[in-house]
Design a protein around this ligand. Sequence first.
Ligand code: MF3
Ligand code: CO
Length: 261
Amino acid sequence: MSGELRISIKSPEEMDAMRVAGRITAEALAAVCAAVRAGISTAELDQIARDELKRRGALAACLGYPGRGGPFPGHICASINDEVVHGIPSKDRILAEGDVVSLDLVGLVNGFMGDATRTVSVGPVKDEHVARLLEGTERALAEGIAQALPGNRVGDISAAVEACAGRFQLGVVRELVGHGIGREMHEGPSIPNHGRPHAGPLLRAGMTLAIEPMLLLGKEKLLFDADGWTVRTADGSWAAHFEHTVLVTGGAPEILTEIKS
Ligand code: MF3
Ligand code: CO
């Protein structure tokens, strides 16, 4: 996820392959989100992801992905409440009414990847702060995506996300960033969720970007669990994470991981 990773510009054929990967990723993630209820374990959600990807001819790129905690042991990342990202699915993690769970899925289809995340409430949203967290983070994603225009720079996306977080009085995770995506899960450019307009790498048609605000009700300091994967807030405050894979075109951004009606 460093800025030195190469930036790939997709050919028209590669754009089509990214569209397929994005659609399948979106469909599988929607199925996982629809299964969220009190009493289900994150391991059960993980199996749904595996099955939904498999029947569409796709694989989960997270499974076996190398990291400090060894190869990632799940098909999805499932991060509950104060967990920000990279929660490991487990039969012992049972969702309860009022929890929020972020579900992060990377689908691999014919060599190309789509990356998408949603954070959902288990049953009704617990209180107005959690509502602000979910709404603000989803809005920040939309406002970041709106800046994914040819001729803009990465900083225009970053600044838009940060400004939205500020309006909703949410903290911004600074240690983790969005990224280019294609044949690799993590390509250049890095896409921070804070920054200055007109700064950073130039956006060009044919880039595909995973834009992923991670916002918090509390302070920005993070802790990394002993499992080597789970990232949580140091102050125990709750986090939300929304992510789409977006194609920069000659005009308006094309969201590849959105389900088109
Ligand atoms: N969507 C996550 C990311 O962009 C996927 C990484 S999960 C891992 O970093 F398990 F593969 F690490
Ligand atoms: Co990502």
